[in-house]
Design a protein around this ligand. Structure first.
Ligand code: BDP
Length: 687
């Protein structure tokens, strides 16, 4: 009897030890020895720093590490100076970041010399598109971690606090220092007393990890919840209302970060409703929170249905206002001029607004990239974006340098990522989607890092320990490096290109099925729907050819780019093929660099996409011996769906476009397995 019980307990312990639900993210390493931490000051943040060192120490057993807060002119903001045995910073938070960096280096086996690490952006912010009822706009990993119970109860539970603490820790470990707690399509409720109490509670947990809270606001709040007749930014009562609201917020949350605003965009209220400009609108809010050190992040995501080219509108709207924004306003610009597509050229606003602070907005949640079903590592996409050269101040004026203060003396520098986090045990729905949260944080801290380096770190931190347990190997183990690390890195690095190929190669964009933005829908254009919300607006396929003419003969969107880009994109011979159909409308038999005609090249690209996903799936199968069963199977199932989905994408797009090209699918390319009418009638199923 006794032995049976002991045996059962043992089995249970083994199961628990190996139960791998992904909740620990990249923070799973336990210390290998003891460390003696010396720090003269104490504070909640410094206590966390000390505990993290003790929990995750991988250095020499019994080593002493010195943490010191000391002015150093070469250290900027919350940066730090690192040696193998000491961390020096100007701020407590700098010490905490230094601790995480030291541990990361030890754990992934990178050497530490004496070095200084400063953040590229002062504010590194997650945008949560969470609604008061707990749903998340474009969320694919369960309900909100901040708001729940259909908004009925705002009470804060111990479970809430535990989760927020874990969330804050994960963010701090990669340098994220801000969180916007609610959807840009904001509910006015957020600014009411009851909701602000909960914001206060959240801020209370996040604060010790150096994370500031921000809120998205509804522009018409003064009339919706303030009882005023108008929300006109130049009206005295409205000005007073916002001032009082700011005082109320800061009395509850003294370190409140500020507001994020979506105004006059997709039906949201804004200053233009009262005949005022975006600058009038933003400055009103900026003045209200200026005395407390708050900022306003004003989104440039605006477009209206009647203009000829949606890709040009943000530039047209905001360029004339350059220089008119108050200095605590920062314009938040999506990476591309349309909307988080699998591939877009960067927005022409980067580097062009020279007298205004500008920040990039990336989307971590994969709204247009297979959501939480497809494995798509976004590090490569963001690297392409940040390293894109705007030429605005000569060669080398990359988007990174145009936004991080290297070129323009911005009063405020920041970067935002739309979060992919929800209540799912593994936070992000797909285990690999965690790498996108990780990559965002790492790039926000250092916009010079390569996507490969980030992938390497993430794999080691996320899968390394288990690999070690199962095969008795470690990061330095050659077998593990060759048969796990290298192939998994390869999977990640090619995953985004694969998605572009099977969804939208050669500059295609926005040909998704309606609203869901998951499966293909190049045909979708019901009567009465805004044209710029339908795929034919973007691909413009007809019997003569395909693609959006944005050259000087077309909408002239090319003119919004600085030379030599403008001419380069305008000329079909020099336009990079990855943007070909973004900028050009071309005949189906246009000769490509490969020697194929355009139609054949389109077929070839879609087919390549499928092959790449199959290869990714096979590679994943081959690493089974190195991964715990739980995560292995979870990912394997998702890859199976991804392969099926890629087939649907290819078949749908080729069969649809073939109606216009009237050409056969070239020999040597797998013929479609689906029928077009079936695909049109059954939206791609999500698994
Ligand atoms: C689009 C999303 C929509 C968002 C909008 C935005 O489809 O849900 O509200 O962007 O960024 O990508 O405001």
């Amino acid at each position: 009897m006794k032995t049976t019980i002991i045996f059962s307990i043992l089995i249970l312990m083994i199961i628990c030890l190996h139960a791998e639900d992904g909740h620990s993210l990249w923070l799973r390493n336990k210390s290998k020895g003891s460390v003696h931490v010396v720090c003269k000051k104490t504070s909640p943040t410094l206590t966390i720093a000390r505990q993290e060192l003790e929990k995750g120490w991988h250095g020499k057993n019994g080593e002493t590490v010195l943490l010191s807060i000391q002015e150093n002119n070469s250290i900027i903001g919350d940066g730090f100076k690192l040696t193998p045995k000491s961390i020096q910073a100007n701020t407590e938070l700098g010490i905490l970041y230094g601790v995480y960096e030291l541990l990361r280096r030890q754990q992934v086996g990178q050497t530490i010399k004496e070095e200084i690490s400063n953040p590229s952006y002062e504010r590194r912010i997650l945008n949560h598109w969470d609604n008061p009822d707990g749903t998340i706009e474009r969320g694919y990993a369960g309900l909100s971690i901040f708001w729940h119970q259909g908004g009925k109860s705002l009470d804060v539970t111990e479970n809430d606090k535990k989760l927020w603490n874990e969330y804050a820790r994960a963010n701090a470990s990669i340098g994220i220092n801000g969180a916007v707690l609610n959807n840009v399509n904001s509910s006015p409720l957020m600014l009411t007393k009851e909701y602000l109490q909960r914001v206060k509670a959240i801020a209370g947990v996040l604060r010790h990890y150096g994370i500031k809270t921000y809120l998205s606001i509804k522009y018409s709040s003064p009339s919706l919840i303030g009882g005023l007749k108008t929300s006109d930014p130049l009206n005295d009562d409205v000005i007073k209302w916002w001032k009082n609201k700011a005082t109320e917020i800061y009395s509850l949350i003294p370190d409140f970060g500020g507001f994020l605003v979506k105004a006059n965009s997709e039906g949201q209220a804004g200053p233009q409703d009262y005949g005022r400009t975006h600058a009038d609108g933003a400055n009103l809010l900026a003045d209200a929170i200026k005395p407390y050190g708050g900022i306003v992040m004003w989104r440039a995501f605006v477009y209206n249905p009647n203009d000829i080219d949606r890709a040009m509108q943000a530039y047209n709207e905001f360029m004339p206002l350059d220089g008119q924004f108050h200095d605590n306003v920062i314009i938040q610009v999506k990476n591309g001029p349309v909307d988080f597509q699998p591939r877009e050229p960067f927005s022409p606003l980067f580097g062009a607004m020279k007298k205004t602070s500008v920040m990039p907005e990336l989307q971590i949640t994969q709204e247009y990239l297979g959501q939480s079903i497809h494995l798509v590592y976004l590090g490569t996409m963001w690297e392409e974006f940040l390293k894109g050269d705007t030429y605005q101040e000569g060669k080398g004026s990359t988007v990174a340098r145009c936004t991080d203060g290297s070129i323009f003396k911005q009063n405020c520098t920041a970067i935002a990522g739309v979060a992919n986090i929800g209540l799912d045990t593994n936070w992000c729905g797909h285990h690999f989607a965690q790498s996108n949260w990780y990559a965002f944080g790492r790039l926000a801290w250092n916009n010079n890092l390569t996507s490969e380096q980030i992938a390497d770190e993430w794999i080691k931190l996320t899968f390394g320990k288990v690999a070690k347990e199962k095969n008795n190997s470690s990061y330095s183990d050659k077998n593990w490096q060759i048969n796990f690390l290298a192939p998994v890195k390869q999977i990640m690095l090619q995953s985004r290109e694969a998605a572009v190929n099977y969804m939208m190669p050669l500059g295609f964009h926005h040909i998704f099925s309606a609203n869901e933005h998951y499966g293909p829908g190049p045909w979708w254009a019901p009567k009465g729907v805004r044209k710029d919300w339908t795929p034919p607006y973007y691909h413009k396929a007809d019997s003569t050819g395909v693609g959006f003419d944005r050259t000087t003969n077309g909408t002239n969107a090319v003119s919004q780019y600085h030379e030599p880009l403008s001419s380069k994109y305008n000329d079909v011979k020099t336009c990079p093929e990855i943007y070909l159909l973004w900028f050009h409308h071309l005949p189906w038999n246009y000769k490509m660099k490969s020697g194929r005609i355009l139609w054949d090249e389109i077929c070839y690209r879609y087919d390549l996409g499928i092959q790449q996903v199959r290869e990714i799936k096979n590679t994943w199968d081959s690493v089974k011996p190195f991964v715990d069963n739980e995560r292995f199977t979870h990912i394997q199932n998702k890859l199976l769906s991804q392969c099926e989905n890629a087939q649907i994408w290819k078949d749908a797009c080729l069969l649809y476009f073939q109606q216009f090209s009237k050409k056969p699918i070239p020999a040597g390319i797998e013929q479609p397995v689906h029928k077009l009418d079936e695909l049109i009638n059954n939206d791609m199923k999500k698994r």
